[in-house]
Design a protein around this ligand. Structure first.
Ligand SMILES: NC(=O)C1=CN([C@@H]2O[C@H](COP(=O)(O)OP(=O)(O)OC[C@H]3O[C@@H](n4cnc5c(N)ncnc54)[C@H](O)[C@@H]3O)[C@@H](O)[C@H]2O)C=CC1
Ligand SMILES: CC(=O)[C@](C)(O)C(=O)O
Ligand SMILES: [Mg+2]
Ligand SMILES: [Mg+2]
Length: 348
C-alpha cells in the first residue's frame, strides 16, 4: 500500500502499479466469478473482468431486458450466462449486484449456495450494515468483502474502454480463508478501478448514501432548480437560465475543476466572477449545511435505508420511479436543456 498525504492526513491506497493486473489474475486464477444481476454495475464490472482475462459468468433472470442485454454483450446462455441459481452454484465468488432492495428477496437463495470457502462480494455496504432491516447475515465460513466503484457502472465501463480507471473503495467484513483481503483487492483491480482506498462497510454505506442524496445527485438538482426559478421569475429566457445554470457548468467549468481543482477553475474566470464567487460560496455553505446535517443524521439512524427498502420493494416501484423521472425530464428546465444539448456542434 502506498502511504499518501491527503490534505495533511496520511492514508494508504492501493494503486495498479503495486498490485498489477497480472497479480490480480494470479490471485483469482482458480476462482469462478459469478456476477449476479445485470443492471448498471453488473455489465460494467463483468465486462471489465472478462476483458481483463478473469473467469466470469453472469447470473440473471431469464426473459427480461437485462437478459437480452447480456446476450448482446456476448454472454452465451449455458456457457457464460445462466439463470441465477445455476450461476450461484457454479460461482466461487458471488458478486451480489442486484439492487439493494432486491438483495433482500433473493438472500435465502444466495445463502443456500454460500458453501464454506466461497466469497460473497458486494458493491455497497448496505445489505450487511442494515442487517436488522435486510436480514443479510453471511455464514461465518465465507469471505465477505466489497469493492464499491465511486461512480456509475456506465462510467466504470466507459472509462475502462478509454484506458482510464474509476476510483473504488474496498473493505473486508469477514475473512474466513485468510485470503479475503488479497481477493478483495484483486477484484478491485479486475473490475477496472484506477486506485483503491480502504474503508469499512458502515463508512462506505453512510458516505455513499449521503453523497448521492447530497452534492452528487440530490443537492445539485435542488440548487439548479432554485437558481433557474429565480432567473425565470426575473424575466430571463429558458435558454439563458439553462445556460447560466447547467450548460456552462458541465461543459466549461466542471472540466476545469476536474483537471486541477476549484482555485484553478476560479483562476480561469474573470476577476469579476472570482470576486463574486469568493464572496458567495460561504453563504451558500452556511445555508445548506443544516440540510446536510439533517441528511447525515437520517442516513445514520437507518431512516434512509428504510425508505429505500420500502419504496423499492413495492411491485409498482418502476412505474412510480419512471413517473418521477419523467417529471424532471418534462420540466421546463430540462426540456430547455434538451434543446440546448441538441445545439452542441459536435452533436450535428
Ligand atoms: N448503479 C450504480 O452505478 C452503482 C451501484 N452500486 C451498488 O451496486 C449494487 C447493484 O446496483 P445496480 O447495478 O444499480 O442494480 P440495478 O438496480 O441495476 O439492478 C440489478 C439487477 O437486479 C435485477 N433484479 C431486480 N430485482 C430482482 C429480483 N427480485 N430478483 C432477481 N433479480 C432482480 C434486475 O434485473 C437487474 O438486472 C447495489 O448494491 C448498488 O448500491 C454501487 C455503485 C454504483
Ligand atoms: C453511482 C454511485 O456510486 C451511486 C450514486 O452511489 C449509486 O448509484 O448508488
Ligand atoms: Mg456511490
Ligand atoms: Mg450509491
Amino acid at each position: 500500500m502506498a502511504q499518501l498525504n491527503f490534505g495533511g492526513v496520511e492514508e494508504e491506497v492501493v494503486t495498479r502499479e503495486e498490485f498489477p493486473l497480472e497479480k490480480a489474475r494470479e490471485v483469482l486464477s482458480t476462482e469462478t466469478i459469478a456476477v449476479i444481476g445485470y443492471g448498471v454495475q453488473g455489465p460494467g464490472q463483468s465486462l471489465n473482468m472478462r476483458d481483463n482475462g478473469f473467469n466470469v459468468i453472469v447470473g440473471q433472470r431469464q426473459g427480461g431486458k437485462s437478459w437480452d442485454k447480456a446476450v448482446s454483450d456476448g454472454w452465451v446462455p449455458g456457457e457464460t450466462l445462466f439463470d441465477i441459481e445455476e450461476a450461484l452454484s457454479k460461482g466461487t465468488i458471488i458478486c451480489y449486484l442486484l439492487s439493494d432492495a432486491a438483495q433482500i428477496e433473493l438472500w435465502p437463495t444466495v445463502k443456500k449456495h454460500l458453501t464454506a470457502g466461497k466469497s460473497l462480494y458486494f458493491s455497497h455496504g448496505f445489505g450487511v450494515t442494515y442487517k436488522d432491516q435486510t436480514g443479510i447475515i453471511p455464514p461465518a465460513d465465507v469471505d465477505v468483502y466489497l469493492v464499491a466503484p465511486k461512480g456509475s457502472g456506465t462510467s466504470l465501463r466507459r472509462m475502462f474502454v478509454e484506458g482510464k480507471g474509476l476510483n473504488s473503495s474496498f473493505a473486508v467484513f469477514q475473512d474466513a480463508t485468510g485470503k479475503a483481503r488479497e481477493k478483495c483487492i484483486a477484484m478491485g483491480i479486475g473490475v477496472g478501478s484506477g486506485y483503491l482506498f480502504e474503508t469499512d462497510f458502515y463508512r462506505e454505506v453512510t458516505s455513499d448514501l449521503t453523497g448521492e442524496r447530497g452534492t452528487l445527485m440530490g443537492a445539485i438538482q435542488g440548487i439548479f432548480a432554485a437558481q433557474y426559478e429565480v432567473l425565470r421569475s426575473n424575466g430571463h429566457t429558458p435558454s439563458e437560465a439553462f445556460n447560466e445554470t447547467v450548460e456552462e457548468l458541465t461543459q466549461s467549468l466542471m472540466p476545469l475543476v476536474a483537471e486541477n481543482g476549484m482555485d484553478w477553475m476560479y483562476a480561469n474566470c474573470s476577476t469579476t466572477a472570482q470576486r463574486g464567487a469568493l464572496d458567495w460560496w460561504k453563504p451558500f455553505r452556511d445555508a445548506t449545511k443544516p440540510v446536510f446535517e439533517q441528511l447525515y443524521n437520517s442516513v445514520k439512524s437507518g431512516e434512509q435505508a428504510k425508505i429505500s427498502i420500502t419504496r423499492n420493494s413495492q411491485p409498482d416501484y418502476r412505474v412510480k420511479l419512471e413517473e418521477e423521472l419523467a417529471e424532471l425530464r418534462e420540466s421546463e428546465m430540462w426540456q430547455a436543456g434538451s434543446t440546448v444539448r441538441g445545439l452542441r456542434p459536435e452533436r450535428n
